[in-house]
Design a binder for this molecule. Sequence first.
Ligand code: NOJ
Length: 443
Amino acid sequence: MAYPKEFLWGVSTAAAQVEGGAAEDGRSPSIWDAFAAEKKVMNAKYFPTACDSYHRFFSRDLANLKALGVNSYRMSLSWSRVLPEGTGKLNEKGVDYYKRVFEALLEEGITPNVTLYHWDLPQVLEDRGGWANCDCIQWFGEYAEKMFRLYSDLVPYFATVNEPIATYIGYAKGKFAPGHRDETLGNRARHNLLVAHGRAVEAFRAVASKSAKIGIVIDVWKRYAKYPTEENLAAVRDEDERNWKFYTDPVLGGAYSDYILSALAREGTLMEIKEGDLALIHTPIDFFGLNIYDRVLINKGKKGAKKLLAGGNQQETRGGFDPHVIRDVVRMLREMYSLKLPILITENGKGTYIHECSRGGIIRDKKRVDYFKSVLDEVERANEEGLNIAGYYAWSLMDNFEWCAGTMIKYGLLHTNFKTFETKWKQSAYFYRDYIASHRTDK
Ligand code: NOJ
């Protein structure tokens, strides 16, 4: 059967993108609050309030989750809400908020799937060097252990970090918080983040409830050559290595590839890899979280050939979406790393730039509906093929703060009004609700 009884049907969000309540109840700023305050994101004024889930989770979000019929909700914790100093003393109000959220979800039969780090490092830790400082491994380890002690009786699924590439972008490319532009720093930061992931898994095994599971979430934007020229094939290799393989190789395979090690050494940006680091990064996990939106077509082509944008999100590879990438990537990971673990699709969705307008009381986002339809078909095929996808989470429950793109890019099943915080169901939300209802086998 394509969808076993335990299949997780969900939607995803992240704390910084939906919570708001930025300065409330003892929360301290994260690097993204600082980035937004410096106006390095669009619509920065909405960042401190976002979707206001901090105040509306119980009255609005939970009701929407119930109505969608999901049996799981993927969310993240705001590190600076529970540990405003980054380490040390817990903030009781923050701790209590998440406890109430988890209890309310469980009460409704919705399984929490909780990411510890979805890009929002406490600014106080960035002030001490952030991820570029190897002490951050210790800081994250402490935070993780505290969260496992507090919540692992209530939370069946934890992920350590979400999309580690974001840390590289923030330290090497300057495009994400904290905004550094230094390749060496970027490589050091992403390596430290991976070691910190391993440290957290170690803490999990030591203190967490035995029934809970731990994983990591990595995004794979598989590159394909538009034409199989030598130049295109070399570029595919290079981009795959520098992007997702930088993370999947050590986490799932236990080592960085020779290709990336020699490329970084040649470029003079190779990070120090201490003894024991790789073993820690490779500490066994219980599931692999895959964020997958689209493939990326590479066409270095001859002069004047249409340039296809490399990387980024679905809307950037316009015209190129191919749902087969879902099955291809899952199959590829299974083969590449002899991967037996369950794979959860922890994010998948379609962003649109345009303001989606409502006709006849419903927002008609037909393109998003078609996108989800084709992806879910692929998930079904993949499971029929025995590829063991154990859950699917649509990104996102509602339009939220899309990092640098602010409120401009919309990924929600539900529309969000960022002034009134009202949400409105789009056609895609009805589609997903009905799809779940006709495929869920656990009730
Ligand atoms: C990746 C990230 O995990 C999430 O935060 C982001 O909003 C979506 N994909 C869409 O870009």
